[in-house]
Design a protein around this ligand. Structure first.
Ligand code: GDP
Ligand code: GDP
Length: 440
């Protein structure tokens, strides 16, 4: 599944405003992490049940010490390489700008390769929307222009309808059983390549090499010690680039790519550095994309003075930083000394099993109706919610539908109560679970 949108355009047309609108609803997770929101250039959004990642390339390419033309070329290349749909934004209030034409010149070279939409922003009024006509001359996109106001949100619904038509629905029904797809992700230098090399090099049991392109993650069939899965990694994909911040940025985008294609992500952290904002970002994205997650605290060999409760303390710190995400198992590894590497793999497989298992409806109701009996949904606005039965939907990820009389009156805290009881009674370790209420 690849659902990535990139927004390109000259400075000040409103790219970050649109970006924030598209990913706005995940503020709750992001904002309590200082530094996370400030310099994030990608985020997660949803529209009519479709999930996507948005990249704001403008927040990233500043022109800095590049000549400006080079900056534009890089920004467009990045969008074309990394995204599945490109939004080219212009400012209909300001009118045509020389830089818009320069962007268009570069973008036109990629016409037909990826869907490119021309977006006329700041069309706050009808008059302004009509003024957008002059941008047709740019010759970018399918000949149409979407006039929107990122500030008020008007027009963005039509734009998103068009954009998400290119995307798959991650909740589609399961059609086939395949091998688990496990991605190794994380920031640069946490030990991803070392882990992949250890797994693939030492065991020498690569059965097939499913070809990867230069921009995609590499997929390798792994088969050892009774474990069989597709390993998705980005380890070898280091960009030749002179620009320092490119390395981190590309590496995180690679991780997102690998993550999107996986069932379970092994998110690696560096034990000597603790959890950093970027790590939290990756984990939050994996959660939002409903991937299974295993966290490895790697380079454990470098941690000195390990006491009996050191791991406990570190676990607490990690869970605190990634709250409210509480389900990923944490494993302390050293790829260098091969400590707990197999445990990590086995855990990832278990997470996959948890993610794909189906609880029989009778068993589910037996347990959950008792749980509901013990603690009924509190009445809101004088309304009594009565849950009649529950069933697990035939989706890729565990989603439970609770059928009741007044689905709209179930509170957030009661939803959490149900989730916690589900997790206590059925093992969903490492797996995000969805809970929805439907009218009976
Ligand atoms: P970027 O440099 O392309 O990321 O642009 P920003 O998102 O930072 O926006 C530049 C300026 O345009 C800011 O002052 C925004 O508040 C303003 N802006 C963005 N979208 C709109 C819009 O739809 N209407 C109006 N009137 N102003 C907007
Ligand atoms: P990547 O950028 O995430 O692929 O990280 P690499 O696998 O290239 O590792 C970065 C550096 O950390 C290399 O010098 C590795 O040898 C080292 N490294 C990786 N895993 C461990 C570990 O468990 N312990 C120690 N001490 N070093 C490690």
């Amino acid at each position: 599944m690849k659902n990535t949108i990139a927004i390109v355009g000259r400075p000040n047309v409103g790219k970050s405003t649109l970006f924030n609108r598209l990913v706005g609803h995940r503020k709750a997770i992001m904002d309590n992490q200082s530094g996370v929101t400030r310099d994030r250039h990608y985020g997660y959004g949803e529209w009519i049940g479709k999930h996507f990642t948005v990249i704001d390339t403008g927040g990233y390419v500043h022109g800095s010490d590049d000549v400006f033309e080079e900056g534009i070329r890089r920004q467009v290349k990045l969008a074309i390489d990394e995204a599945d749909v490109v939004l080219f934004m212009v400012d209909v209030d300001a009118g045509m700008h020389g830089l818009d034409e320069e962007f268009a010149n570069v973008l036109r070279r990629y016409q037909g390769k990826k869907p490119i939409y021309l977006v006329g922003n700041k069309a706050d009024t009808n008059a302004r929307a009509h003024a957008a006509g002059e941008f047709y001359a740019l010759g970018v996109g399918d000949g149409d222009i979407f006039t929107i106001s990122s500030q008020s949100g008007s027009g963005t619904g039509d734009l998103l309808d068009a954009v998400v038509s290119h995307f798959e629905d991650p909740w589609e029904e399961v059609t086939e059983t395949e091998l688990p797809k496990i991605a190794v992700v994380g920031r640069p230098n946490v030990g991803k390549s070392s882990l992949v090399n250890l797994l693939l090099g030492e065991e020498r049991t690569i059965v097939t090499d499913i070809a990867g392109t230069t921009r995609d993650a590499i997929k390798t069939r792994y088969n050892a010690f009774g474990n069989e899965f597709i390993l998705i990694d980005t380890a070898g994909l280091r960009r030749k680039t002179k620009v320092k911040e490119d390395i981190e940025f590309y590496s995180v985008l690679r991780s997102i790519r690998a993550m999107e294609e996986s069932d379970v992500c092994i998110v690696m952290l560096d034990a000597t550095r603790g959890v950093e904002a970027q790590d939290v970002n990756i984990i939050a994205l994996a959660d939002k994309n409903r991937k299974g997650i295993v966290i490895l605290v790697n380079k454990w060999d470098l941690v000195e003075d390990k006491e009996t409760n050191t791991t406990k303390k570190i676990e607490e710190q990690i869970y605190e930083k990634i709250a409210p995400i509480a389900y990923p198992p944490i494993i302390f590894t050293s790829v260098l000394t091969k400590q707990r590497v197999h445990k990590a793999i086995e855990t990832a497989i278990t997470v996959y099993e948890n993610k794909t298992k189906k609880i029989p409806t009778s068993q589910l109701n037996e347990v959950m109706l008792r749980v509901i009996e013990e603690h009924q949904p509190p009445s809101t606005k004088g309304k009594m919610v009565r849950i009649k039965y529950v069933t697990q939907l035939p989706t890729h990820n565990p989603v439970f539908a609770f059928f009741c009389n007044l689905p709209q009156y179930v509170s957030e805290s009661y939803t959490r109560y149900l989730e916690n009881r589900l997790r206590e009674n059925f093992d969903f370790g490492g797996v995000p679970i969805g809970i929805i209420f439907r009218k009976k």
